[in-house]
Every structure is written in structure tokens, then in C-alpha cells.
Design a binder for this molecule. Structure first.
Ligand code: ADP
Ligand code: MG
Length: 559
């Protein structure tokens, strides 16, 4: 037995690692399980390329066990194991990745879906352990070795005995302190949850003894017993073939992931192969999440790299106006940073995000065309966000989003799209008319609109605060300008003639209107005669671009 020291740089690196690379110490388990999975992959790959080696999938698994009394957590795999040299190289030199080399040395690179690449993940074990023991026997070797280390001090390697090929890693979990809880890593429930959270889609079974209860037939008392369970689901649903899956499978997945208590209104399952390849399942919820229109709501998709969870809410993957979308993305082409908690550059992410945005838009359009009732339901829940999308960023996205908009129509008594409105415009109709107010009911009785209704023109009723702001940013749709019903110029011939008469009436009643203005004071700007009114004696209207409704909103915002 000989004692070796880490190189000086390695010492510092180890310190750095333990204290700063990872934000979350619980990820040590993700790292060790990923290594175990890589080791089995390598075994499998060797078997593929060497007919003397057998590989029966059933013989390959990862086992996690807890020994509370001795404060030990053990991660055992039936993978390829390590020779003495490999122990030296891979665990003795920090930032040396045997997996990275393995990928590069073997030709059919694209077929190897190995997770490791940086050669630091293993050391994350020291975030939670006082000491680490690695007992391993490599494929094709008779001798087994034991590697031991208590961290920065160095490590020892000695011969040992081990029956089966593979690796067993024993962590001596630290004692909890006032500030840090380590006991949780000896808790069956926590460990199980961590496996589920980070390693659910590791392709090999992760087994663990789980404490259960059963009722004794005779005494009727509950007794505890232990049973070996496979914790992970192994094959992620997004890797399955679409025709193997039905609505129920997607619904179950949606629930399991806690995307919502509702059912998805629409499921989008798609794969992309290209510069950046990935698989994805996206959902549009059927209900608005309770916190959707609050600051607490966090948009984002779950991001996986080769089946390992990297980020729970990757917000860069979806634009704000589609923030209602839930789902997962799994890619093998992400360049992760060293902690594997983030991405090294955003180029790949941007490519994915762009495609996702297009995909969501296309799906919404097809929903609108083919399942109108569903689309209306969707729009009632999330339309506000889309309208904000039109308005925000100085209307930069308005072209993209305008066809997804719906407004209530005076004629249809229902939601219509702008396209439908323009399609049905009368031959002599110049503008797309709209009226804004608190309720459809009140808008329907608006005195100003009578002249427009007389012409049998359709009016869009805007009842949400954001509506008129979105319309103002749009300016026009298919070359037809928007025009408020209370606007001075409605572009109607008869209206123009009436205007001339108005001038005369105004002249004739000048004194009367002036004294009315004197009585009403600051409440109004001016009293004028209007020939637009038919059944109503009087109406309120605004001058200029800002409607009365917008004025109300703007002044309530500045309060
Ligand atoms: P990475 O996984 O990024 O390569 P790690 O620090 O996690 O870096 O692991 C370093 C290397 O140690 C791996 O590349 C691999 O060669 C070796 N290794 C770690 N764990 C195991 C294991 N359970 N079985 C076989 N080899 C392992
Ligand atoms: Mg690793």
C-alpha cells in the first residue's frame, strides 16, 4: 500500500470544486449515478465491438444502499470497472475524464451517449462525504482495487477482492452541523426523491431497498418490511415512439411532472434532427395556473442532457408570450458548463428556442383552424399574454402574433380573428372599427357606433385593458387601419356630409354650448353638436389618439 499525493494544482482544484463549482450539494448523487451509467454504457459498447464479451441487459443495474448507523451511502454498479492505471488516471487527476477519452478513442462516436466529459463530477462526492472508498474490478482483469481518499490530502490504492466486475463507491457522509444538514443523505425518502428528480431517465435500473408497511393477517397490526425496488422510470416518454403512446400516457406524464392539476389542452411531441438534435414534449394547459398572471409565475421548460436533468425551468427556451407552455427538452448536443448546471454558450439554446417558438405558433394556428372551440378556450385563458406580446418590445413581435388574436365581434356575438374580420369587410368599408369599454353589454349600447352599425359594418369590442394598446401598436392589419368608433373621422361618406351640418349647428348654438362648458368646467373640454347620434341625445367622446378607456387605464397606472 502506497500513499500518493494529489498534485499541487489538484489540491487547489479540489478545494475550489468542493466549495464553489456546484450551487447545490445534492447533485453529488446525480454525478455518481451518471458515472455508473456511463460505466455500464462502456461495457455495453465493448460487448458490441468484441464478440467474446456478452451483454445481457438484465445483468446490468445500479444499486443504492444506505447504512445509517455507519453513516454510509453506497453506489454500486455492474459497469466496466477500472484497472489500477485507470484509478490513478481518472480519480487521481482532477479534470481527467476517462469517459471523454473513451468517446474520442472509439470510432462510432455518435452512437455513444455517454454523459461524462469534464472529469470533475466524481469529486462532488466530497461535498457531502468525509471520505470516499472506491472498490473496483475492471472487465478482463482478475485483480480488484480499493481507492480511498479523505479529500485534499490525497488517496491510497491497494489490492482487494471483489467477485464481480464493476464499481462500488462508499461515501462516509459528514456529520450534520448547525448550518448544514447532511443527515438527509442517509434518509431513504430523500435519496429516492433525488434519484427520481435527477436520474429518472438513466437507461439502467437504479435499485434500492425501500421500507414498506403491510398488515399482519393475524394480529392486524402493521409491520415494516423491506423490498428491492427499481426507482427510475428508465425510458423517458419522449424517447418512446409516438404511436406507442396514447392520450392517457401524456396525461400521466403531465401529472407526474406537476405541470398542472388539469389535463393538457394540447400535447406537442416532436423530435428535431439537425445542427442541434433534441426530443421534446410540450403542453398547453387547459386551465390558467392560479399564479399565471402574477410575478410569482415562472416560465420555462425542463432541460435534459442525454436524459439527465440539467435545469428545471429553463426560461430562455420560450418567449414571454408563450409562457403558458410546459414541457421538456432533451438534447445530446448541449455544451454544458463544468457543473453541468448551466450551458456554456447559448447558441444551441437559441436554435432550440427559435424552433420551439415556431412550433408552438404553428400548433396554435392549426388548433384555431381545426378545433376552434378548443382554441377559443385557450384564448380565453392565455390570450391576454399574447396581446401583451403584440404590445411589448415596441411591437417587435406583432407580425408573428397578430394572426393568433381574437376579439369579440358586434355581429358574430363571439370571438373572431382579424383575418375573419377583414374577409367580411364591406366593399366601401375603409377601416377596422373597434370600441373599448368595460363590458360587451355597454359597448353594444354605445351611441357613437350607431352610424357604423347603420352601414352594417362589424365592430370589435375590446374589453381588456391591454386590448387597445395592442391595437394601437398594430396600427393596421392587412393594410386596413384600425379606427376607434369615437374617432373624429370614421371614413364614412354620409358622416362627412353630416360634419358640415354640424359646423353650422355649432355656429348657431355657440352661446348655449359655451355656457354649458362654463357650468361643467374642467370635467370636459368642449360641447359640440353631433349628427352621428340617432337614438341617444348625448355622448362622451375624446379628441385625439387616446380614447377615454385608455385615458382611464393610463391614469390608474400612474396613480
Ligand atoms: P466525467 O464523468 O466527466 O468523466 P468524473 O469526475 O465524474 O468525470 O469521473 C472521472 C472518470 O472516472 C470518468 O470519466 C470515468 O473514467 C471514471 N469513473 C468514475 N466513476 C466510475 C465508475 N463508477 N465506473 C467506472 N469508471 C468510473
Ligand atoms: Mg461524471
Amino acid at each position: 500500500m502506497e500513499k500518493r499525493e494529489f498534485k499541487a494544482e489538484s489540491k487547489r482544484l479540489l478545494d475550489l470544486m468542493i466549495n464553489s463549482i456546484y450551487t447545490n450539494k445534492e447533485i453529488f448523487l446525480r454525478e455518481l449515478i451518471s458515472n455508473a451509467s456511463d460505466a455500464i454504457d462502456k461495457y455495453y459498447y465493448k460487448a458490441l465491438t468484441d464478440s467474446d464479451i456478452n451483454f445481457n441487459k438484465e445483468d446490468f443495474f445500479i444499486n443504492i444502499s444506505i447504512d445509517k448507523e455507519n453513516r454510509e451511502l453506497t453506489i454500486k454498479d455492474t459497469g466496466i470497472g477500472m484497472t489500477r492505471e485507470e484509478l490513478e488516471d481518472n480519480l487521481g487527476i482532477i479534470a481527467r475524464s476517462g469517459s471523454f477519452n473513451f468517446k474520442n478513442e472509439n470510432d462510432k462516436k455518435e452512437d455513444i451517449d455517454i454523459i461524462g466529459q469534464f472529469g470533475v463530477g466524481f469529486y462532488s462526492a466530497f461535498m457531502v462525504s468525509d471520505s470516499v472508498k472506491v472498490k473496483t474490478k475492471a472487465l478482463g482483469e482478475n485483480e480488484a482495487f480499493l481507492w480511498k481518499s479523505s479529500g485534499a490530502e490525497g488517496y491510497t490504492i491497494e489490492s482487494t477482492t471483489k467477485e464481480k466486475i464493476g464499481t462500488e463507491i462508499v461515501l462516509k457522509i459528514k456529520e450534520s452541523t448547525e448550518d448544514e444538514d447532511y443527515d438527509e443523505f442517509l434518509d431513504e425518502y430523500t435519496i429516492k426523491a433525488l434519484i427520481k428528480r435527477y436520474s429518472d431517465f438513466i437507461r439502467y435500473p437504479i435499485k434500492m431497498m425501500i421500507t414498506k408497511q403491510r398488515q399482519n393477517d393475524d394480529s392486524k397490526e402493521y409491520e415494516e418490511y423491506k423490498e428491492l425496488e427499481i426507482i427510475n422510470s428508465m425510458v423517458p416518454i419522449w424517447r418512446k415512439n409516438k404511436n406507442e403512446l396514447d392520450e392517457q400516457d401524456y396525461e400521466n406524464f403531465y401529472r407526474e411532472k406537476h405541470f398542472g392539476m388539469d389535463k393538457p389542452l394540447k400535447t406537442i411531441h416532436f423530435n428535431v434532427d439537425g445542427m442541434v438534435s433534441y426530443r421534446s414534449i410540450l403542453f398547453i394547459p387547459s386551465n390558467t395556473p392560479y399564479d399565471f398572471y402574477t410575478k410569482e409565475y415562472e416560465k420555462g421548460l425542463e432541460l435534459y442532457s442525454s436524459g439527465v436533468l440539467i435545469m428545471e425551468k429553463c426560461s430562455e427556451l420560450i418567449p414571454d408570450y408563450f409562457s403558458f407552455v410546459k414541457g421538456v427538452i432533451d438534447s445530446e448536443d448541449l455544451s454544458l458548463n463544468i457543473s453541468r448546471e448551466m450551458l456554456q454558450n447559448n447558441r444551441e439554446l437559441k436554435l432550440i428556442a427559435k424552433k420551439i417558438e415556431e412550433k408552438i405558433k404553428d400548433e396554435l394556428k392549426s388548433l384555431l383552424e381545426n378545433e376552434r372551440e378548443k382554441y377559443k378556450e385557450f384564448f380565453k385563458n392565455f390570450g391576454k399574454g399574447i396581446k401583451f406580446g403584440v404590445y411589448n418590445d415596441f411591437g417587435m413581435n406583432k407580425e408573428k402574433l397578430q394572426d393568433l388574436l381574437m376579439f369579440y365581434s358586434s355581429k358574430e356575438k363571439d370571438l373572431v380573428t382579424l383575418d375573419e374580420y377583414v374577409e367580411k369587410m364591406k366593399e366601401d368599408q375603409k377601416y377596422i372599427y373597434y370600441a373599448s369599454g368595460d363590458s360587451i353589454d355597454r359597448l353594444d349600447k354605445l351611441p357613437q357606433s350607431e352610424i357604423i352599425k347603420d352601414k352594417d359594418y362589424e365592430i370589435l369590442y375590446l374589453t381588456e385593458d391591454v386590448d387597445e394598446f395592442a391595437i394601437k401598436i398594430l396600427i393596421s392589419y392587412k393594410d386596413k387601419e384600425f379606427r376607434s368608433v369615437s374617432s373624429e373621422d370614421l371614413g364614412i361618406e354620409e358622416d362627412k356630409e353630416k360634419k358640415k351640418e354640424e359646423e353650422k349647428t355649432n355656429e348657431a348654438n355657440k352661446d348655449l354650448f359655451l355656457s354649458m362648458k362654463e357650468i361643467l368646467g374642467d370635467k370636459i373640454n368642449e360641447v359640440k353638436s353631433s349628427k352621428r347620434l340617432k337614438n341617444y341625445p348625448v355622448c362622451l367622446s375624446s379628441d385625439g389618439d387616446i380614447s377615454i378607456e385608455m385615458e382611464k387605464i393610463l391614469s390608474s397606472m400612474s396613480e
